[in-house]
Design a protein around this ligand. Structure first.
Ligand code: IMP
Ligand code: MG
Length: 178
């Protein structure tokens, strides 16, 4: 399938399933060789579910754990700004070596929120692994330790990533066709 139509927009293959597999393999190797002990992977739902599943099968570090979170945002009735909290972190992560698993880092706003929420839990260390990274859109200065592939500032979909909630099931990563 070279192109796919989602919500009346046409997308074309940008990163094939075989290339994705190579990228995931490279990230897993880098993590396996990093010296991180007893890691607790934290997969950021929904977008990271496919990446998380594939990379976990390639992690060979002893006593590896994985947990899943979702970032909820809502407007408080009295506060002015947006309030965010982590849904699903139903365990004590004090003194743990965390590796955040993200599908894509764009502006970095989401990552910044996740890191600030995790830091409140007295974790030992936080590393970040992302399948895709948009350097031209990134507006933060947090270190991203493991980057699968840096891509231009195009909208992509597939392999967990959605376009208005659809397209997550696609095995390749597609980008909007011009
Ligand atoms: P950030 O907070 O700007 O870094 O954006 C992070 C979130 O925006 C990701 O977790 C995705 O859910 C979404 N996102 C950013 N770029 C794309 C894209 O190209 N396709 C699909 N979702 C995206
Ligand atoms: Mg996401």
């Amino acid at each position: 399938m070279k192109t796919v139509t989602l919500h009346n927009k046409t997308f074309e293959v940008f990163i094939s399933d075989t290339e994705i597999e190579e990228i995931v393999h490279a990230i897993a190797n880098a993590i396996n060789n990093s010296g991180i002990k007893d890691p607790l992977f934290i997969s950021v739902l929904n977008g990271s579910f496919m990446f998380s599943s594939d990379i976990m099968k390639k992690i060979t570090i002893p006593d590896t754990e994985i947990s899943f979170i979702k970032l909820s945002s809502y407007s408080g009735t009295e506060s002015t700004g947006e309030v965010n909290e982590l849904i699903g972190l139903g365990k004590d992560i004090k003194n743990r070596n965390i590796i955040i698993l993200e599908d894509i880092i764009d502006t970095g706003i989401t990552l910044e929120k996740i890191i600030s929420l995790l830091k409140k839990e007295d974790v030992a260390d936080i590393k970040v692994a992302t399948l895709l990274f948009k350097p031209d859109a990134y507006r933060k200065d947090m270190q991203i330790d493991f980057i699968g592939k840096s891509i231009p500032n195009d909208f992509v979909v597939g392999y967990g990533l959605d376009y208005d909630e659809i397209g997550r099931n696609l095995p390749h990563i597609y980008k909007l066709k011009n």
